[in-house]
Write a protein that binds this ligand. Structure first.
Ligand SMILES: Cc1cc2nc3c(=O)[nH]c(=O)nc-3n(C[C@H](O)[C@H](O)[C@H](O)COP(=O)(O)O)c2cc1C
Length: 410
C-alpha cells in the first residue's frame, strides 16, 4: 500500500501517487461539445489522484456517439478545457484528456450533423442507444473509405494538439470498449479488404497510426492508449486471434515509447502477464469492480505501475485521503452518472462532511454495486424542454449491465 502513495515519476511529470481516476463519461457538456461549467469543479475536487483521465472526448463531430459529451476540436472546446486543466493544476494534479471516437456506437440524433456513425465496415452493432427521445436502435454505420481512415487519423492528431493547447498534460486514445479503434480490431466489425482489414496486423494498423501521429504531434511521453482485450460488448468479437492481435499491437506500440498503456482488464491473466512483459513503459490497470480491500495489490505484485478506479473516485472526491485514513467510501449513485446538474456530480461529501448515513462500508458497497450490475439496463428518462431548447436531464442512460463485473464498457 505504501508504494501506492509515493510520488511516481512519469516522463516529464511527477505524479503524487499511483492512483488514477479512470475515464468516465458524464454527459454534462453543452450540446456544441463545450465542457460544462461544473466540470472544472468536478475534476479539481478529484485532483488528489496521481492522474486524472477525463471522460471520453470526441476528436471530431463524426467522433461523437452520445448526447452531451465534450469535444476537443473547436476554439470553444479548447477554452472550456483550459478552465478544467488549470483548476486541476492549481490543486497539484495531472490530467490526460481521453480521445474517444465512438465510430458505429453513435446515433444521428445525438450528433451535430445528424449523420449516421462511421465505422470500419457497414455493420450495425446490434444494440440500441440513449437519445434525446429515449432508446433507439443504432442504425447501420457508413464504412469509412481508405482516404477517410487517414483523415480520421489526422483528426486524432489535431485533437491531441488542441488538448495540449487547452493545457492538458497528455491524451489517452480510447482503444477499448467497442468504440472506433476497438472496432478496427474485431473481425465482427471490420471486414475491410484494404490495409486496415484482414490480417491482425492490418486490423491493428489504425491504432498504431493514430498513436504514431499523436506521438509525433505532442510527444510520445504525452501519448497513451486504453485497451480492453477480450471485451465482448455491442457486437465486438475479436475472434480466436484476439490475444495475438493484442500481443502484436502492444509490441508495436511499445516501440513508440508512449507514456502508458491502460488496460481495462477483462480477465485473461495470461494475456495480461504477456502485455506486462512486452510493454516497457508504465502500465495502468483497471479491474472493473475491484474491491476496496484489494486496492494496492496490483502495484504490490508488480503487474501494474498504477491502479485506476472509476466509480469509487466518481463518488469520493477525496478518494486518496479516504484510502490513507482507511475511511469508509461514499456509494456512487448510478441515477446521476449521465446528464443532469450538480447532483451526483460535485456534491459527493468529503470525509469531513460525511455523516454515518451517507457512507457505506466497502463490503456493503460491493454488494450494492453488484446488485446494480445485475439489474442491467436501467432505462432512461428525458426531462425538460427538449423540443424547444434541447436542454435535457438524463436521469439514467446507462447500460450498466455487467460493466461492473467487467464485460460491459462505456
Ligand atoms: C459513468 C461511467 C462512464 C464511463 N465512461 C467511460 C469513458 O468515457 N471511457 C472509458 O474508457 N471508460 C469509461 N467507463 C469505464 C470506466 O473507466 C471503468 O473502466 C469502469 O467503471 C470499471 O471500473 P470501476 O469498477 O473502478 O468503476 C465509464 C464507467 C462509468 C461508470
Amino acid at each position: 500500500m505504501n508504494s501506492l502513495f509515493s510520488p511516481a515519476r512519469k516522463g516529464r511529470y511527477t505524479l503524487s501517487n499511483r492512483l488514477v481516476m479512470a475515464p468516465m463519461t458524464r454527459s454534462r457538456a453543452a450540446l456544441d461539445g463545450t465542457p460544462g461549467d461544473l466540470a472544472s469543479v468536478y475534476y479539481a475536487q478529484r485532483a488528489g489522484v496521481g492522474l486524472i483521465v477525463t471522460e471520453g472526448t470526441q476528436p471530431s463531430d463524426d467522433g461523437q456517439g452520445y448526447l452531451s459529451t465534450p469535444g476537443i476540436y473547436t476554439p470553444a472546446h479548447i477554452a472550456g478545457w483550459k478552465k478544467i486543466t488549470s483548476a486541476v493544476h492549481d490543486k497539484g494534479g495531472h490530467i490526460f484528456i481521453q480521445l474517444m471516437h465512438a465510430g458505429r456506437m453513435s446515433h444521428p440524433d445525438n450528433t451535430p450533423h445528424h449523420r449516421p456513425g462511421v465505422a470500419p465496415s457497414a455493420i450495425a452493432p446490434g444494440t440500441d442507444m440513449f437519445t434525446a427521445i429515449g432508446m433507439q436502435d443504432i442504425p447501420v454505420p457508413r464504412a469509412l473509405t481508405t482516404e477517410e481512415v487517414r483523415k480520421t487519423v489526422a483528426d486524432f492528431r489535431q485533437a491531441a494538439r488542441s488538448a495540449i493547447d487547452a493545457g492538458a498534460d497528455g491524451v489517452e486514445i480510447h482503444g477499448a470498449n467497442a468504440y472506433l479503434v476497438h472496432q478496427f480490431f474485431a473481425p465482427s466489425a471490420n471486414t475491410r479488404t484494404d490495409e486496415y482489414g484482414g490480417s491482425l496486423e492490418n486490423r491493428a494498423r489504425f491504432a498504431i497510426e493514430v498513436a504514431t501521429a499523436i506521438a509525433e504531434e505532442i510527444g510520445a511521453d504525452r501519448t497513451s492508449i486504453r485497451l480492453s482485450p477480450g471485451a465482448t460488448i455491442w457486437g465486438i468479437d475479436e475472434g480466436p486471434e484476439g490475444p495475438d492481435l493484442y500481443r502484436y499491437l502492444v509490441a508495436e506500440l511499445d516501440k513508440l515509447g508512449l507514456a502508458y498503456v491502460h488496460i481495462m482488464h477483462q480477465g485473461n491473466e495470461v494475456l495480461l502477464a504477456d502485455i506486462r512483459k512486452l510493454w516497457h513503459q508504465s502500465l495502468i490497470l483497471n479491474r472493473p469492480g475491484h474491491p476496496r480491500d484489494k486496492i494496492g495489490s496490483d502495484v504490490a505484485s508488480g503487474i501494474a505501475d498504477f491502479e485506476a478506479f472509476g466509480q469509487m473516485v466518481l463518488a469520493n472526491p477525496d478518494f486518496v485521503a479516504r484510502l490513507k485514513a482507511n475511511a469508509a467510501m461514499n456509494l456512487a449513485d448510478h441515477n446521476t452518472y449521465f446528464g443532469g446538474d450538480a447532483k451526483g456530480y460535485i456534491d459527493y461529501p468529503f470525509i469531513e462532511q460525511t455523516s454515518a448515513s451517507t457512507v457505506t462500508s466497502s463490503a456493503t458497497a460491493k454488494k450494492k454495486i453488484l446488485v446494480v450490475g445485475a439489474t442491467g439496463f436501467l432505462g432512461a428518462k428525458v426531462l425538460g424542454q427538449l423540443a424547444r431548447d434541447r436542454t435535457f436531464t438524463v436521469a439514467a442512460m446507462s447500460r450498466k449491465g455487467t460493466l461492473l463485473q467487467g464485460s460491459r464498457g462505456y
